[in-house]
Design a protein around this ligand. Structure first.
Ligand SMILES: [Zn+2]
Ligand SMILES: [Zn+2]
Length: 226
């Protein structure tokens, strides 16, 4: 047996993990269930319309992005559960799982060249309660072989949870809640990372702030849409 295989088996004995989908003892999502996970079609916008760089014309204008990469649909129950395990249960090793199996696929969908990666920030209060920013962890772990990370944005105030708000209220809720950190060199090309994109209000508001600060090209990346 190869040492790696043995190592993983020993690890599994110490800390058995059940697959979030079929409950067999394996990994966060077992190989069988991983094969069944549908990835977002690269030629389509998240709304389902065809588009360039992952955006239809309407969403390209509305969000103000140059491109958008989304890996999964949030309608995949295992993905939704994994995100909630990371975000609300603090199982940040779920991010390492994603890096192990999906980093290559993600990097293949992101633009080449001089891009700086940054994440949608949490408010200071939220960061202190949660102890980490899931979007920052995803941004760093999933893109580290190709890009440098820089913390460009801050969230100036806590906002209401977006989940129960409609699109108009989501935008109003986030208005002027982000700012660019003072005293930084502003890169010309930025990959902006959020964990999940729903209506796109968060990415849209953060993009607006980055543009105003002088960023020329902005490419969004989210783990899932839904
Ligand atoms: Zn499974
Ligand atoms: Zn669209």
């Amino acid at each position: 047996m190869p040492i790696n295989g043995l190592g993983r088996d020993l690890l599994a004995l110490l800390m058995p993990i059940e697959c979030l989908s079929c409950k067999t003892e394996s990994d966060w999502i077992c190989p069988g269930c991983r094969r069944g996970l549908a990835l977002q079609n690269e030629g389509l916008c998240f709304c389902g319309n065809t588009g360039e760089n992952g955006l239809c014309i309407k969403h390209q204008r509305e969000l103000g992005l140059d491109g958008l990469t989304i890996l999964f649909s949030y309608t995949e129950p295992a993905v939704k559960e994994l995100v909630s395990q990371i975000k609300y249960r603090g199982h940040i090793d779920g991010v390492s799982f994603l890096a192990r199996y999906y980093q290559k696929k993600i990097l293949a969908r992101l633009p080449r060249g001089e891009w700086i990666v940054t994440a949608v920030p949490l408010s200071k209060e939220r960061y202190q309660t949660r102890g980490f920013n899931q979007s920052e962890l995803l941004a760093k772990k999933l893109t580290e072989p190709l890009y440098n990370y820089s913390e460009l944005l801050i969230k100036r105030r806590e906002t209401k949870p977006q989940a129960k708000l409609n699109k108009k209220l989501r935008e109003k809720n986030l208005l002027r809640s982000f700012a660019v950190k003072k005293g930084l060199d502003i890169p010309s090309q930025v990959i902006l990372v959020d964990d999940v994109v729903t209506t796109g209000s968060t990415i849209k508001e953060a993009t607006k702030v980055l543009r105003k600060a002088g960023v020329e090209k902005i490419w969004g990346f989210a783990l899932a849409h839904g």
